[in-house]
Write a protein that binds this ligand. Structure first.
Ligand code: UDP
Ligand code: MG
Length: 318
């Protein structure tokens, strides 16, 4: 039996892009249905992440035009990761497989066929991995590279050059549903789920229109979230640095005492100031890192819902 595939596509203020890309998603699904690779019940499912422009109007009219489209709308903007999980968990009860991708045409639709083939071979998670980063700026390339090595150093299992373009089976999504964390970093969670996994390479295109919703500040927030959600190593590093500083201070005290006893004391303004600056700097950073984790505990313990679905088109609640 051919599997039912749902493309899960989050959209936030994408009125410029959707008229260009929506037809391509549908054409790709039609092609795969025609080729007998997926079921005719397959859908392009959009998730409107509380857009402030006419995105929802565009999506609603698409669903009225053609039954291949369906859409859900979140009650407000919850961010990319939450929009994704909302769409995936919604699609789970209707589909055998889901593929999550961006709506701006950056994730090459021609990799969809290869992903479905990988699924047919028994893989339940298929990662879309970029085969080059030539469309990125030098800055994004370098920061991405260093970030992956930092994450690996912290013991976080992550697939380099893979964003959120991936295929998952309904079984994988059932497992993912058990991860109730509010600070969602899907890229970190999914490799932990296990199951048979494989990779499909694709080349990432430029955005077809509009502009990115990931400015430097949001990228940094996602990066920090990625580390603090999966690793407590930064806390351990603080302890080690603290111990080292304490050891150095102890040596310093011994030195001061010896100088004092030998009557060799001089005005020590510069050295004292340096030490105070250094130690208080380390303390501030340490408090900041601990604060990150305390903040995370605070947010997780409240167990608030990650999203609220306010509307559904061409999809029934289950
Ligand atoms: N997105 C979203 N909610 C947000 C920000 C972004 O659903 O708060 C969607 C956006 O519409 C796009 C995807 O997430 O489909 C990736 O965003 P974007 O293309 O702006 O990021 P980039 O590709 O530049 O990293
Ligand atoms: Mg994009």
């Amino acid at each position: 039996m051919t599997p039912v595939l749902y493309l899960v596509i989050p959209c936030y203020n994408e009125e410029q892009v959707l008229p260009l890309t929506s037809g391509k998603f549908k054409a790709k699904l039609d092609e795969l249905v025609e080729a007998g690779k997926i079921s005719d019940k397959s859908r392009v499912m959009f998730v409107n992440d509380g857009s402030k422009d006419s995105t929802w109007d565009i999506l609603s009219s698409l669903t009225e035009e053609n039954p291949r489209y369906s859409a859900i709308s979140l009650s407000r903007n919850r961010g990319h990761q939450n929009a994704l999980i909302a769409g995936l968990l919604e699609a789970k009860s209707h589909a055998d497989i889901t593929i999550s991708m961006d709506c701006d045409g950056q994730d090459d639709i021609n990799a969809i066929g290869a992903m479905v083939d990988e699924y047919a071979k028994g893989n339940e998670i298929v990662y879309g991995v970029r085969n080059d980063r030539s469309t990125d700026t030098w800055f994004k390339r370098t920061t991405a590279r260093s970030y992956y090595s930092v994450l690996r150093g912290m013991g976080v299992d992550i697939i380099p050059d893979h964003a959120d373009y991936r295929l998952m089976s309904a079984r994988v999504l059932d497992a993912l549903e058990g991860y109730g964390e509010v600070n969602l970093f899907l890229r970190g969670i999914i490799p932990q789920l296990g199951f048979k996994q494989s990779i499909v390479y694709y080349s990432r295109a430029e955005r077809e229109a509009g502009s990115t919703h990931y400015p430097l500040s949001k990228m940094l927030a996602l990066a920090i979230n990625g580390i603090t959600s999966f690793s407590v190593k930064p806390l351990r590093i603080i302890t080690v640095v603290g111990l080292l500083v304490a050891l150095l201070s102890f040596i310093g005290i011994v030195y001061v005492l010896i100088s004092y006893i030998s009557g060799n004391v001089i005005d020590g303004w510069a050295s004292t100031t340096c030490i105070i600056c250094f130690v208080s700097g380390i303390q501030m950073v340490s408090l900041g890192v601990i604060g990150e984790y305390v903040g995370k505990i605070y947010l997780e313990t409240k167990q608030r819902p990650r999203y609220i679905i306010s509307e559904r088109k061409n999809i029934t609640e289950e």
